[in-house]
Design a protein around this ligand. Structure first.
Ligand code: SF4
Length: 329
């Protein structure tokens, strides 16, 4: 088996809730709770779940854009957690992020040349002005933007073009790993497809690995080799993409899948309608945190946390139901 490029072990991110004049900690919001997975070089892992399930916090904790509460992250055999700011700065060159909102993530006062070239200047990569201009032009060509636009400002571009600028910025330091944080969620469907195809081409050309965070399962299907489904801060199912879409085991994964529109109107779909809202991560239900909404919950689910069941071949799901009682869809 190939050595993982990224290894995440028991990652937790709890946000303290403070109250009163003494600002006492009265509760913890468990945004990410005991997350573990590996990512191989060139691999894309889709991380999906409803809004507020902790997937964005997970991506940012892995990069240490926010400090994890505990757990270990290793990148290319080097620790990410626990290292000082100098080493972290060096690691950040190889670990980048593409943000969700191409309207908010680009400084409106900076030209495209400054946005894309900033990292090259800060890290001393560009050797002089001409080299910087050539590198920026090459990056714009890579994301299929005309280098002639280099002196324009973000407001002069469409949403899709702005996201291409964000991708060029992420690529400027020649990374190996990119967190795509809802990178296409703010775009029209036709533009989403173009950006996903661009990300796949870049992955193949540059050997990149992605953690592709999205709330929409149909978006991750095309680009991901494996998919991890999150609920209330925890991964509840992880498997290769075909297994997740054709033979999921966890009731939550099945409910998410049943909401995905199918191209074939004749296809028989057993809709799984979830009742209620996602519970607060400040006060998660005991036992299986999904039991308040699970259509097949039984008594044990209310009191005992379910184990992660290993189906082999990298397929794991967190549920009290035995594999024989949890048939695929
Ligand atoms: Fe549903 Fe129980 Fe499985 Fe949780 S453990 S997903 S409540 S059946």
């Amino acid at each position: 088996m190939t050595a993982p490029l990224l290894s995440v072990k028991n990652l937790k991110k709890y946000f303290p809730v403070r109250k009163g004049v003494l600002s006492r900690v009265v509760a913890q919001v468990k945004a990410v709770d005991d997350m573990s997975f590996d990512l191989a070089p060139g691999e894309t892992l889709g991380l999906v779940g409803e809004s507020g399930c902790g997937k964005t916090t997970a991506g940012r904790s892995i990069l240490r854009l926010i400090e994890p509460t505990s757990g270990e992250v290793t990148f290319d055999d080097k620790p990410v957690t626990g290292v000082g700011s100098t080493e972290l700065r060096r690691l950040r060159r190889e670990m980048q992020i593409i943000f969700q909102d191409p309207y908010a993530s680009l400084n409106p006062r900076m030209s495209v040349a400054d946005i894309v070239g900033e990292g090259l200047k800060v890290h001393g990569i560009a050797k002089g002005r001409k080299d910087l201009e050539e590198r920026v032009a090459a990056l714009l060509e890579k994301v299929r933007l005309d280098p002639a636009y280099v002196n324009r400002y973000p407001h002069e571009f469409s949403g899709g073009q702005r996201q291409r600028i964000g991708i060029a910025r992420a690529l400027s330091l020649d990374p190996k790993f990119i967190v795509c944080d809802e990178a296409v969620s703010a775009l029209d469907v036709s533009i989403q497809a173009q950006i996903i195809n661009l990300l796949m081409d870049l992955r193949d050309e540059l050997g990149l690995s992605y953690l592709f965070v999205a709330h929409d399962l149909s978006v991750v299907q095309h680009i991901s080799h494996r998919v991890a489904v999150m609920y209330l801060g925890r991964i509840v199912e992880i498997a290769n993409t075909t297994t997740v879409f054709e033979a999921p085991k966890h009731p939550y994964t099945k409910s998410l899948l049943s909401a995905v529109p199918r191209a074939d109107p004749e296809a028989k779909i057993d809709r799984v309608i979830l009742s209620g809202d996602v519970p607060s991560p400040m006060n998660p239900p005991p036992g299986c945190t999904f039991h308040t909404r699970c259509p097949v919950a039984f008594d044990l689910c209310k009191v005992e946390e379910p184990p992660m069941r290993d189906m082999g071949d990298g397929h794991e799901y967190r549920c009290h139901l035995e594999p024989a009682d949890a048939p695929g869809i």
